[in-house]
Design a binder for this molecule. Structure first.
Ligand SMILES: *Cc1c(COP(=O)(O)O)cnc(C)c1O
Length: 431
């Protein structure tokens, strides 16, 4: 037998294949070359026949010129921070493709003059929250809060309950954010309890506003009390409510989750929220509230530093005006329908791997509705598949519970079920 390495094709010969030349034009030659190099290495190790190299490269090429991979979220966590929070609706994806080119984001096509930036998105947001006298959009929830603190409270004090001095994730702490832009915190109450009188005693002529923060990723129970926005609204300073997850109006399945309309009606002067949690849109920060205050925020020099880009504005508008985004659909999903889907996925895997369907419990996650259990269903698989599923062409991330791998369907759109079956087949080596 001759040395198998002799038969390994040369890199430029592989790159010259018409399919790979086309891929080079779409994805960039560097990306294609990297995949070719890796694939030839496998061929050299004898894992791949020389005649299969081009097919293997085509299979391994990314779908777009990004190292980010499209992942199936079978974690049972609806808004998963590590998976990019809310997936966009198809309508939002189309909108951002439209906005990608030259677009009238800041031009009035009727007059040919400069127009208000992101008018469509802001109009849609104002229509969705009629209680807001003014609306504005920035990069993310943290930027929204930073802008409020900078514009209204630099060098002054912000009164906030000790039990609401929260850390959101990855070391991001709300009190540190406020201090970083020059606001001084005046903490009131204890970890578990605060009363209206505590706030009233703390408010003085240096107070810029009272901040009400939704503890969006934990619950305190037992001997606890907090003060509602309606009660804070009687104080002689504005109330800023950081509601976090971005529900614009009450959601029947999440009765304890604050929403913008309710907070504004209760008397909040400004509400801040994220766009990519329960609203189900792109990463952005929403500012809703009194027209005069929102106007001040928009005109503040720092507003430019946290300006939302045109892609975000387009996707936000489509999220607000288009069909319900995946997060909203998942929140409305029926547990029996999820179980039926889990059964048919398990049935499609019969003979491939030991798969069973079972009811499960999913969570909202990502800074929203802490402690809420969402009735769901999952496909149970051998835990050994967890790694291969993450490493597949279309990675699937599940979660391990009591020694089994659960693929929870709540956050998986039904149209992805066939891809899920395909991914498990490939991971189980049953292709
Ligand atoms: C998520 C969250 C934030 C931060 O919002 P980002 O969009 O992640 O910047 C701030 N406050 C609360 C209460 C949150 O839940």
């Amino acid at each position: 037998m001759s040395d198998p390495r002799r038969a390994v094709p040369r890199t430029d010969a592989v790159l010259a294949d018409p399919r790979l030349a086309r891929a080079g034009a779409e994805l960039g030659r560097t990306t294609v070359k990297e995949v070719v190099t890796d694939t030839l290495e496998r061929c050299r190790r004898g894992e791949l026949a020389p005649g299969d190299v081009v097919d293997a490269v085509v299979d391994a090429l990314p779908v777009a010129a990004t190292s980010l991979r499209p992942v199936i979220n079978a974690t049972g966590v609806l808004v998963h921070t590590n998976l990019g929070r809310a997936p966009l609706s198809a309508a939002a994806v189309r909108a951002l493709a439209v906005a990608a080119g030259p677009t009238d984001v800041e031009l009035d096509l009727a007059t040919g003059r400069r127009g208000p930036r992101g008018r469509g998105a802001l109009t849609a947001l104002a229509a969705a929250v009629p209680d807001a006298g003014g609306v504005h959009v920035v990069n993310n929830g943290a930027a929204a809060l930073a802008l409020v603190a900078l514009a209204l409270a630099a060098g002054r004090t912000v009164v906030v309950a000790r039990g609401e001095m929260v850390e959101i994730g990855d070391g991001f702490r709300i009190p540190e954010l406020l201090e970083s832009v020059g606001a001084q915190l005046r903490e009131v109450g204890t970890t578990n309890r605060v009363r209206t009188q505590d706030y009233a005693d703390a408010v003085d002529d240096r107070t810029a506003f009272v901040l009400k923060v939704h503890p969006s990723n934990f619950v305190v129970s037992g001997f606890t009390s907090s003060v509602a926005v309606a009660d804070l609204a009687g104080l002689p300073v504005p109330v800023v409510a950081d509601i976090g997850s971005g529900l614009l109006s009450p959601h029947p399945r999440l009765p304890a989750e604050p929403d913008a309309a309710t907070a504004l009606r209760a008397g909040a002067a400004v509400v801040t929220a994220s766009g990519d949690k329960l609203l189900g849109g792109p990463q952005c920060g929403l500012l809703l509230g009194r027209a005069d205050l929102v106007h001040r925020l928009r005109r503040h020099p720092f507003a430019r530093a946290v300006r939302a880009d045109k892609l975000t504005l387009a996707a936000l508008e489509a999220t607000l005006t288009g069909p319900p985004p995946p997060v909203a659909l998942a929140l409305a999903a029926d547990a029996d329908a999820l179980l039926a889907r889990a059964r048919s996925v398990a049935a499609a895997l019969a003979g491939v791997v030991a798969a069973t369907a079972a009811r499960s419990v999913a969570a909202v996650g990502g800074g929203g509705a802490p402690g809420v259990e969402l009735a769901s269903a999952a496909v149970t698989l051998p835990v050994a598949l967890a790694g291969p599923l993450r490493a597949g062409v279309r990675p699937v991330v599940g979660h391990v519970e009591r020694g089994a791998l659960l693929l929870d369907l709540l956050a998986v759109p039904p149209e992805d079920d066939p891809a899920l079956v395909e991914a498990v087949r490939a991971a189980a080596g049953g292709r």
